[in-house]
Design a protein around this ligand. Sequence first.
Ligand code: HEM
Length: 188
Amino acid sequence: MTQTTLSLKDTPQAYGKITRALHWSIAALVAWQFMTMILKVFFGVSPRESAIVGSHGPVGTAVFVLVVIRVIWSVMNAGRRPDHGAGLKRVAVKAGHGILYLVMLIVPLAALLRAFGSGRGFSPFGFQLFPTRETPIAWMVDFGNAVHGELGWVFGVLLLGHIVMVGVHEAMWKDGTMARMAGRRALR
Ligand code: HEM
C-alpha cells in the first residue's frame, strides 16, 4: 500500500510527525547547548554576564525531558519504524543510534544530579526543581564534574559523525535516508 500523508506514528516508509517534531526540536536545542558552551569555554563569556550562556542549565533540562519522551515514543513505535537494512550495516546503525540515545540521556542527567547534589537549588525557567539543602552530596557532585563536560564534548563528536553519515547516505547511496526524517519523498 502506498502511503501519501505523514502519520503521527512512525511507519516502515518514514518517521511520523511526533518523531520528527522530537528529533528536530532536540537537534535545535542541543545546537543551542553547544553554542552556549563554546561562548563560555572558548570566548570566556560567563553565565552571570550573559543570559544566553546562563540558559544552558534550563535548556539542558528541557532537552533531558524531550529525550526521555523520545525514548518512550521510539519504544512505542518499535517494529513499525523504517528499517536499517541487514547484516553488519543494520548492527552498525542500531549500535550508533543506541549510543547516541544513551549519551543524550547521561550528559544532562549527570548535570542534573550534580545540581541536585550541590544543594544550591535549581529552578529552571523559574520552576523550583531542586530546593536548597544544607549538606551537599559529594558523590553526585563528583560524578557530575567527572562526566558532564567530557561526555558533553564526546556527544558533540558523535553528533558530527551522525551528520556526516547522513551526508554519506545522501551523496553515495542515495537511499532517501534524509527524507525519512525531513521530507516526503520516502512516502511514495
Ligand atoms: C543535552 C544537554 C546538554 C549538553 C549537550 C551539555 C553540554 C555541555 C558541555 C559541552 C559543557 C562544557 C564543559 C567544559 O568543557 O567546560 C557543559 C558545561 C556545563 N553544563 Fe551542560 N550540557 C547539557 C545539559 C546541562 C544541564 C541539564 C545542566 C544543568 C542542570 C548543565 C549545566 C552545565 C554547567 C553548570 C556547565 C559548566 C561546568 C562544567 O563544565 O561542568 N548542562 N555542558
